[in-house]
Ligand binder design. Sequence first.
Ligand code: GTP
Ligand code: SPV
Ligand code: MN
Length: 597
Amino acid sequence: MQALTSNQNVLKWINQIVSLTNPSEVMWIDGSDEQLNKLRNEGCSTGELKQLNKEKYPGCYYHKSHSNDVARMEDRTFICSREKENAGPNNNWMSPDDAYELGREIFKNSMIGRTMYVIPYSMGPIGSPFSKVGFEITDSIYVVLSMNIMTRIGQKALDVLGDSNDFVRGVHSKCTLDLNNRYIFHFPEDNTIWSCNSAYGGNVLLGKKCFALRIASYQGWKEGWMAEHMLILGIENPKKEVKYVAAAFPSACGKTNLAMLIPPEIYRKKGYKVWTVGDDIAWLRIKEDGTLWAINPEAGFFGVAPGTSKKSNYNAMMSTMKDTIFTNVVYNLDDDTIWWEKFDDNPPENGLDWKGNPWNGKKSQEKGAHPNSRFTAPARNCPSISSEWESPNGVPISAFIFGGRRAKTAPLVYQSRNWQHGVFVGSILASETTAAATGKVGVVRRDPMAMLPFCGYNMGDYFAHWLNMGKKINNAPKIFHVNWFRTNEDGEFLWPGFGENFRILEWILRRCDKEVDAEVSPIGYLPKVQDIKLEGLNISHKQLENLLTIDCESWLEDVAGIEEFYKKFGSKIPEELSKELNTLKNNLNNYLSSIVA
Ligand code: GTP
Ligand code: SPV
Ligand code: MN
């Protein structure tokens, strides 16, 4: 097939990969409906895809990945910088020479008898000064169709690239799905990603975590901008003014839900609205006037399915009603639809579970959908999508929010004292692990800025970059921390979460506008109990007080954990953050002795 570009940098690189992988055919993805429809049909004919009920789910497909290939594999993910120190203790490292050599061995002839698809794509709206072009070479139709939803693919990306050499070179092959030879290699200094022996999610949709976070965070460090694991949302007040906030929570900790939330009735009646700009990744730049603006580099949502329902996230459910791919959910054989845990109260009796085995949801004790099963849905489907979501200029950011899953320790919300302290608060983010990555679930780990698995360079340098950016931003966003996941002795959530989180967003905006005072505490500013509106909620002031308490003993345990974490980075930890850690420790000790006295 004829190449779609005459860019010699691109053609030379593609020829190299063709010689290495030896496909039977090369197909350039132009992004046309005609071509994509052909691929959908081919995917259905091989069983890779199943078309869902055309009346209930027009344009939607079901896909199942291999049962050992259902989540990101962090232990198989490498940053291959020339110097080991530049990957940092936050990453697995392999030398570029070793990684390229191993990669070449695995990719050698891996596409024999297969078609190689060449996908040109743009992260960010076409032509926006924020945007960047990448290519993904892949032997998976599922990847092509998913990239079509998640990014802007085809000729338009080639047009903006022109003859430039500034593009990310992504190579993916399913190979044999051999777990022992599964690798996701990143070469930040070469703008290159190599992924082999996986066919699911963040391991293979190379525009997402691999490019838009690991490679882009490195680029941002070098070029003076930021790539963050953040949702972006707009809050419209009754005066129709919209303020934007960006929030970083670790994987499967509530970004998609917060990005699409529907405010409680008392707020809706007054005219408050929430607009979705992005649900997972933000690219942020400082404009000439010094203010900070953000775009969502993606074009779709790769969202966690279980737990998503019309009740918990109506906008996400509506986003999946057409042109969506569902992976590793329950397949309902009776009407060719899908289901997952908490979808509704009516699980199929005649279904297939995520492993493809017969499954009766009315009888089975086992879960039908994999906990990391997902929907891949176009952002344009979302009823709450912001009118600004494709604005080439992005949206101005008023506040940053960090958050994690903490059964104890972290209060419902608190505010940092200033930018430096806010960076510290982000750096000490900790959260219980989830099914989004393989490994144990529910273990507390330190996950600074929710970027531990996604920072493409030494996290000590990343912290310094945050501090430097703060010095350059005029009117820097205020920085907050939230925790929707505090539990009682029985392990039940103390806070209703989801739409009710709007009450906390409102307090955050009022703090940004200096409309409300706060309590000084050892960890930062806490809301005064009367300033969080509880109207229409079945929660007493006493319960809210509980959600806002600071248990100094458990905080001091955290301090010990932070000290240990910081130690791994040695002299790379900026002095400002070590100072903040000392201040936190002193504050907690002083507070403890004042209570005792
Ligand atoms: P990634 O796509 O992996 O980055 O995840 P995410 O951060 O977008 O998380 P998502 O919004 O998909 O939520 C993950 C899980 O947390 C789902 O099962 C949600 O139902 C649940 N969840 C989200 N928000 C809340 C909340 O406010 N309270 C409680 N209790 N659960 C929540
Ligand atoms: C995450 O794990 O944070 C995700 C899903 O958003 S994946 O694309 O697999 O990384
Ligand atoms: Mn994510």
